[in-house]
Design a protein around this ligand. Sequence first.
Ligand code: ZN
Length: 365
Amino acid sequence: MTMDSTSSNYQSCFTELLAQPVYGMSQQEKSKKLLALMAHLHQHHLTHCSAYARLFSQAPPAFSCYDELPYLAVRLFKLQRLASIADSEVFRELRSSGTTGQTPARVILDKATSARQSKALVTIMQQFIGKQRLPMLIIDSPDVLASPDLSARAAGIQGMAFFGRKPSYALNTDMTLNTQAVREFTERHKGEPVLLFGFTFMVWLHFVKAIERSGINVDLSQGILIHSGGWKKLVDQQVTNGVFKNSLTSLTGLTRIHNFYGMAEQVGSVFVECEKGHLHAPSLADVVVRCPYTLRPLPHGETGLIQVLSALPTSYPGFSILTEDMGAIIGEDDCGCGRKGRYFTLAGRLPKTEIRGCSDTAGVA
Ligand SMILES: [Zn+2]
């Protein structure tokens, strides 16, 4: 990001926001700070991304509430390469794995955005894991990191690996449970806190189900599991978050289980599930829920399309994205866990039937 006045304004807003407690600001105070920052990001991308400028040059320069913010449909990142930096500044290009046959989303990162993402992820995750780096069991196969293209799955593991030490992998190349590795891990770290990370569906199918089938004794009562990834496959199998957690608790003794919601298009600003089962917006991000038909913002409690706001990206215009995920905001500032700001739950993906008939969305899972 070149140091014009917009970027120095952004930088000072960002520094101020980052210095705030992650879940300590009231919604009123937080949205004011975040909106000021969003206005700078909007100006920045108007200046540096021609595709963004073509779409939003008529948008107002400042915003009095989230509802006025321009947003990009998440699909655009699959259709176009959206960058707000010169090619020479590209540090990394992230490609989301997507489903087979789908074009992956492309997310263009420079060093500054990438560093901000890491910083944000650390700040948020430390609220749940603590500052100590714990022995880590990754519920995946080590081969996922060997692929030359950095998949979103590999990037997710790399990002989380920072919080652990001496990583062990729970799965074999063929995704079967590596019972020996799991046994060694639990015996070596018996009675001490450990960190587990995996993608939700893999944790369920290749870990929970495999432990259940094999009947092996796995004690992870001192563990913290962080998991993420689509719920769609689990919903298809009628596995709710409650069933997921209860199965893990009864099989392994794990009680500290935190799902998080995030996307390749906004790495770093993640929404982590609290002890009450709600996803919380951290200081650097927020959510809006819109009606899937009219795209108008919905009142709290109503289910619609989730729009995610993130203070982080300057190298690509992804600070305000309309996702294809459904959810509902439950409330603000009053979750039973004590965290301030907005909290919400997910309700799955936009149903196929809703979008059937639009040629550009055909075949999307
Ligand atoms: Zn909460």
